[in-house]
Design a binder for this molecule. Structure first.
Ligand code: ADP
Ligand code: MG
Length: 337
């Protein structure tokens, strides 16, 4: 979605809903003590309706996790490629929300948008019209990464290297360049030696296994796979694993699948539970305990140029991403990745 379209959506949405959920929360009292009092006043589970129970449970989860400082990764910067060659499984949503959750919890985080659609840039409210210096300039022209990185204005500690529409041509332009598979890796390493230190770098991949995704896999040590809890969830996964294996064998011996997150989980269907069970059986070490529910708030947030972490911090979707990020940070601090 282009920036113009995003603005239009914002205007339309503001007509329909003048108060953003986060503004409402702030008005109701954003500080931990007031929130805690609010939680106390909620109905006791077991005596009330399912909605009241869910509200009370969400409030407790929020109080436990919000404002907590997450530990830094034990082995220095973690570079994760968020990959799955299926489109619409939640790669971009997972990238931006996990990144925002880690940053809100005190870590320094960079999102690299490697999808020509630029959805991650849009969701982070980052300008990415055609003239903006972008990841294309880094990959194709060798411009230093730090020269294209922009701060995210809604979350402190979060930066983004945006993707513009130019990137659509990069897949072909890269073919004739030297070291075409490792251009992103070089840029990331060069930025690190210049003192640009991040705790986490998350790379949002396009839904294909072409040279852009290969660049992401060479630049990273970890692959982070979001899996949608739907019928064809596992279709194509073996192709992805084969490609990871190829990259590991020829280009990046450190690469491995470290993290899997189940997204768009619908607790009312047996299908979601079955897919989740099956994925956990295959990847017991990698799958995070947290699952991300289907949530309208998650899908609304990008049209405001925000992640759900600021758009509606108290929603079940924001809480799930905060919990997932917390698990990832704990694993990283334990060196267990
Ligand atoms: P990908 O990057 O893999 O193509 P996206 O992250 O763009 O996938 O998600 C595809 C669509 O699904 C988007 O419209 C997004 O807003 C929506 N979406 C993602 N996760 C959720 C969720 N947990 N609940 C509801 N909608 C979601
Ligand atoms: Mg995407």
């Amino acid at each position: 979605m282009g920036a113009g379209q995003a603005t239009r959506l914002v205007e339309d949405a503001s007509l329909a809903a003048p108060v953003r959920p986060s503004d409402r929360l702030r008005r109701e009292g954003g500080d931990p003590h007031e929130r805690s009092a609010l939680a106390e006043s909620l109905p006791t589970p077991g005596l009330d309706t399912p909605v009241a129970r869910e509200l009370a449970e969400n409030a407790r989860r929020r109080i436990r996790l919000t404002g907590q400082a997450f530990p830094k990764p034990a082995g220095g910067t973690r570079v994760l490629t968020v990959a799955n060659q299926k489109g619409g499984v939640g790669k971009t949503t997972t990238t931006v929300n996990v990144a925002a959750a880690l940053a809100q919890s005190g870590l320094r985080v960079l999102v690299i948008d490697l999808d020509p659609q630029g959805n991650a840039s849009t969701a982070l409210g980052i300008d990415h019209h055609a003239e903006v210096p972008s990841i294309y300039d880094v990959l194709v022209d060798g411009q230093p990464l730090d020269e294209v990185v922009q701060p995210c204005t809604t979350v402190e500690g979060l930066w983004c290297a945006p993707a513009t529409i130019d990137l659509a041509g990069a897949e072909i332009e890269l073919v004739s360049l030297v070291a075409r598979e490792s251009r992103l890796q070089r840029a990331v390493q060069a930025a690190a030696t210049k003192g640009h230190e991040f705790d986490y770098i998350l790379i949002d991949c396009p839904p294909s296994l072409g040279l852009l995704t290969v660049n992401a896999m060479v630049a990273a040590t970890e692959v982070f796979i979001p899996i949608q809890c739907e019928y064809y969830a596992l279709e194509g996964l073996s192709q992805l694993l084969k490609n990871i294996e190829l990259v590991r064998a020829h280009l990046n011996p450190a690469l491995h699948v470290s993290t899997i997150l189940l997204t768009m989980y619908d607790g009312r269907t047996r299908l979601s539970a079955q897919v989740a069970d099956e994925v956990r059986e295959h990847f017991p070490e990698q799958v995070l305990r947290t699952t991300v529910p289907r949530s309208v708030r998650i899908s609304e947030a990008p049209s405001f140029g925000e992640t759900v972490m600021t758009y509606d911090a108290s929603s079940s979707g924001a809480l799930a991403y905060l919990e997932a990020a917390s698990e990832m940070a704990d694993r990283g601090a334990a060196g267990n990745v």
